[in-house]
Design a protein around this ligand. Structure first.
Ligand SMILES: *Cc1c(COP(=O)(O)O)cnc(C)c1O
Length: 995
């Protein structure tokens, strides 16, 4: 890898101890080997739910007397890897405290200077009340995407606050609940412009003031759609009549990368008259002072909301925002939260226009966003709730004044400024100081990072964190560079924002942004919302394919240490050696685990990984003169992001059938592969299959593809069943992505963040995504960036790094085994009551199981949703519903769940089966029963009249343990259709609240 040279050797703590031993005497390391001094805070028994005794109990329920015999029947022998492959020899294990010591030591190697680099990243100030009660609070970070709105009203309300905040500051009609990062949001905007032109106009004009990392990502994305990206002075080029007929959109940055605030009103008029959309990148804090893009003609507005209280984290995670005009709302990518009402007519929030979600549209999609950045959007929303419009105004004014003082002070020293208009960013000509390098050298000795533009220019960006002392240091740097002594000079002018572009409209008047400003109120508001949401802090979340396992506190702690959180992604590499070591170690471990050769941590979600992997495959074919290969075979059972990603990479999707037992139809695969052999680019396969079985024929399937000139993409979302037992390379794949937010214990955050790294075989390694901030290698075949930051959401890599290091090879393999055992135990208990749809020839499922509820629809009109909503009354988050088969539930317990919890879940499912039986036999009416009426919130229970054909107690306490341990849904079943018909995606206004 390009950056391997920055990696440090990996020294285990025990070796350090050994060095200090007395020559000749038995060393302490030997003592440790003999377990005398071995640490007691080992992670494995904290992470894996069932203890040894429970494991044997479960094995015997499934019919085995040893784990080995069970695994032999579960994982096909021909794909098994040697146990030596993933062991404590290959991946040593650290105790919790050893890991912390190691993280501290590496954190100490991040010596990030005070950053004025800007370029879309700032030193955010995270209000402590939000840091501790949202970012570090498992009630906020462990829930799943709010697909079950009755038990997710808290974060849905907060995400609506986020959308409202974006709509208000940008003055746009509608905003989504976040995208992955600013650069990919730009790419979404570009594709929307292309789609809006009816896929006809292929030129996308990008202003030269747009962030360079955004332009890289646009170039990558443009390729798949056949769009031409033209980087020029957009205000001039937009008038070019030879360009106009083919122009689908214009992208501008407001203020631009150098700090200029330009009036794009005329550009918007010209673009619109030629039928092009205006796409605008902007800055939320600046918009408190600037005329918002919605007031001068932008159609799509996006940017990064991280400066609202989200740490930079060496590149992420953070939430990109995305807002559009009303007429574009149905084409908008990402998740959208809207208001609706529940079964009693009470107001309630839920995901809106879901059929619009691109991964549901499969090959008709133009975007693949699934996991986004919910947790970070919630942090930004809470920041605005906390500060309110008045607080934001004060912050913005201060930042602006600091920039103005800086400007006057350096002008006083003889520097020339390139921009006369600005909000927070100033670009200087530093020739009076003898060039940029001289200034950088002095800055370095003062521990300050400036933006390097070229030999004669540097940039300075200010933010909320800058103090008077910081400003003095900065001015002193510029003074020493011209051998002078600096002083702060007060600005002579009132505002450096052109008067025609100053904001006059009000913003954020909504009550929610104007009342929670004391810490007491803020704490209570956040806690009030959190109390409505079911997370892993309450009970298991057995979502098939989503792998909701323990997000251990010990793996989360280093994340918010300043040495990891306050780091700019473009900081010089010698200042981030701690990060680079962690990244290198994580990449190496992921390669060992997958059996592949090289990795990229850049993609910000599983779907982004799929896209990156397919782009790598395309680049590989191109390098061999086979760029025409554009067919991608995908089984019908695949996750919806697969076909969506393929389309984005410019591939044509050809579906492959599945057999009635859920396995791949190898005959159909052969026919399709041979038919398309001249143009076959790739085959995407999920393994174990989305039906939850290890198929025997996976290696044969891969061979068929390779024989016909294609590459195999393995969707590794289900890697949890494989580690240490088999791996994607052995199965026959060439590239795979992993969901670090599934298998590798990054919390789901209520819908993000995520990390979707890809690992590739040796022949694909040269094509892995590059980044302009990484060392450039001459003659490199790498594809351009797929994310804004060089290592994507770098700070959360720490969680997966810690997870792997603490479990060690043996713990990882044991986790896979127990994950398989938990699922098979559950299958064994439930199969007496439900139809477990697929098993292998030994009767075994993989790490998840599919149960089919079709019979209840036929006999009693009960749907999958009715079972799911009823599970909420039992305090459980329902499993994955109606996917990959519409009549099924896909259940995945994971290794973290102890036997008692698995039994509680099985008991609940079995009791619901009895309740369903009462409807089947006619004891309970078909349209008025505990399932159809579920869930039952307190408000329903407390109604004066109770006329239902079952008791209140049956409704809410159907099993005795619920009396002690009950999670209450806060609303009754939500009416989706009503909300989509009456689409409202912002929070109640002053007028609404008053009435
Ligand atoms: C979760 C999942 C994905 C998508 O991952 P995101 O991080 O949500 O983009 C893709 N494929 C499968 C099988 C999955 O389970």
């Amino acid at each position: 890898m390009a950056f391997a040279r920055y990696a440090l050797g990996f020294h285990r703590c025990s070796q350090t101890i050994a060095c200090r031993s007395i020559h000749g005497a038995p060393t302490l390391a030997t003592a440790r080997k003999n377990s005398l001094l071995a640490p007691l805070d080992t992670f494995q028994e904290r992470h894996i739910g069932p203890n040894e005794h429970e494991v044997s109990q479960m094995l015997s329920q499934v019919g085995y007397d040893s784990m080995d015999a069970f695994i032999a029947d579960t994982v096909p022998p021909k794909i098994r890897v040697s146990t030596a492959n993933i062991s404590n020899e290959t991946i040593p294990s650290f105790s919790e405290s050893e890991l912390h010591a190691r993280a501290k030591a590496l954190g100490g190697q991040n010596v990030a200077f005070k950053s004025y680099i800007g370029m879309g990243y700032h030193c955010a100030v995270v209000p402590p009340v939000i840091l501790r009660n949202v970012m570090e609070n498992p009630q906020w970070y462990t829930p799943y995407t709010p697909y079950q709105p009755e038990i997710a009203q808290g974060r849905l309300e907060s995400l609506v606050n986020y959308q409202t905040m974006i709509m208000s500051l940008t003055s746009m009609d509608i905003a989504n609940a976040s995208l992955l990062d600013e650069a990919t949001a730009a790419a979404e905007g570009m594709v929307m412009a292309f789609v809006s032109s009816g896929h006809k106009k292929r030129t996308f004009l990008v202003d030269s003031g747009v962030l360079p990392q955004t332009i890289s990502v646009l170039r990558t994305r443009a390729k798949g759609f056949g769009i031409k990206v033209l980087v020029e002075d957009a205000s001039v080029a937009v008038k070019d009549q030879s360009l106009q007929p083919d122009l689908c959109g214009v992208l501008i940055q407001y203020p631009d990368v150098d700090g200029n605030i330009k009036d794009f009103g005329e550009l918007a008029v010209t673009a619109h008259s030629s039928g092009a959309l205006v796409v605008c990148a902007t800055d939320l804090l600046a918009l408190t002072m600037l005329k918002p893009p919605g007031e001068w003609g932008a159609d799509i507005v996006f940017g990064n909301s991280a400066r609202f209280g989200v740490p930079a984290g060496y590149g992420g995670p953070h939430a990109a925002f995305f807002a559009v005009t009303d007429k574009l709302k149905r084409k908008m990518p990402g998740r959208l939260i809207g208001r609706s009402r529940d079964a009693t007519g009470a107001p309630a929030y839920r995901l809106a226009l879901q059929t619009r979600e691109q991964h549901i549209r499969r090959e008709r999609a133009t975007s693949n966003v699934c996991t986004s950045q919910a947790l970070l959007a919630n942090m930004a929303a809470m920041y605005v709730v906390y500060h309110g419009p008045v607080g934001l105004q004060r912050i913005a004014n201060k930042v602006h004044v600091i920039a103005q003082i800086f400007k006057s002070s350096v002008e006083n020293l003889g520097y020339k400024l390139l921009n006369s208009t600005f909000f927070d960013t100033i670009t200087l000509d530093v020739s009076v100081a003898g060039g940029a390098q001289a200034v950088h050298d002095i800055a370095k000795s003062a521990r300050v990072n400036l933006r390097h533009i070229d030999d004669q220019h540097v940039g300075v960006t200010f933010d909320e964190s800058v103090t008077q002392a910081d400003l003095e240091t900065l001015v002193t740097i510029f003074a020493s560079a011209v051998k002078s002594s600096g002083q702060l000079v007060l600005p002579s002018e009132g505002s450096s924002i052109p008067s025609s572009l100053q904001r006059t409209s009000e913003y954020l008047r909504h009550p929610v942004f104007n009342k929670h400003h004391s810490e007491t109120e803020m704490l209570r508001y956040m806690n009030h919302l959190a109390s409505k949401d079911l997370g892993l802090v309450h009970s298991m979340i057995p979502l098939g394919s989503c792998t909701m396992k323990l997000n251990s506190t010990s793996s989360m702690i280093p994340l918010t240490w300043p040495e990891f959180s306050a780091v700019h992604p473009f900081a010089p590499h010698e200042q981030v050696e701690g990060y680079l070591s962690i990244i290198k170690e994580l990449e190496d471990d992921l390669c060992k685990i997958t059996g592949f050769h090289a990795a990229s941590l850049q993609p910000n979600s599983g779907a982004a990984g799929e896209y990156a992997g397919l782009c790598v495959i395309r680049a590989y074919h191109e390098s061999r003169g086979e760029g025409h290969r554009d067919i991608c075979l995908i089984p019908l059972s695949a996750h919806g992001t697969n076909p969506a990603s393929a389309v984005m990479a410019g591939l044509k999707v050809v579906p492959v059938k599945a057999l009635s037992d859920g396995s791949l139809d190898l005959e159909d695969l052969t026919i399709k592969a041979e038919k398309h052999k001249d143009n076959l680019a790739a085959f995407m396969i999920t393994y174990p299959s989305t039906f939850g079985v290890f198929e025997d024929g996976v290696q044969d399937a891969c061979k068929i593809i390779h024989d016909n000139g294609g590459q195999v993409y393995l969707d590794g979302a289900n890697l949890n069943a494989q580690i240490g037992l088999t791996n994607p390379a052995t199965c026959g794949g060439d590239v795979c992505h992993m969901n670090l937010h599934k298998t590798f214990a990054i919390p789901h955050g209520g819908g993000g963040p995520g990390v979707g790294p890809i690992c590739v075989a040796e022949h694909l390694a040269p094509f892995l995504p590059s980044h302009r901030s990484l060392p450039q290698i001459a003659g490199s075949k790498a594809i351009e960036a797929v994310s804004a930051a060089p290592f994507g959401s770098a700070s959360i890599h720490l969680i997966s790094w810690a997870y792997i290091k603490m479990l060690g090879g043996r713990g990882l393999a044991d986790s896979s085994k127990v994950a398989l055992l938990n699922a098979n135990y559950m299958a064994s208990r439930l199969s007496e009551h439900y139809n477990v749809r697929y098993t292998n020839k030994h009767g075994r499922v993989a790490h998840e199981l599919l149960i089919d509820l079709a019979e209840f629809d036929r006999s009693a009109g009960l749907k999958v949703t009715d079972f799911a909503k009823r599970l909420q009354d039992y305090g459980f988050h329902p499993p994955t519903c109606s996917w990959p088969t519409s009549t099924c539930m896909l259940i995945e317990p994971t290794e973290s769940e102890p036997l008692e919890e698995i039994d509680r879940f099985c008991d609940a499912m079995i009791q619901i089966r009895r309740e369903a039986e009462d409807v089947v036999t006619g004891k309970q009416p078909r349209d008025n029963n505990v399932l159809k009426n579920a869930p039952h919130p307190v408000s329903v229970l407390a109604e004066e009249e109770w006329s239902r054909p079952y008791s209140r107690r049956t409704a809410v306490y159907p099993l005795p343990w619920l009396l002690e341990k009950k999670f209450w849904p806060t609303v009754s079943r939500i009416d989706d259709a009503y909300g989509d018909l009456n689409l409202i995606c912002d929070c109640p206004s002053v007028e609404e609240v008053a009435s």
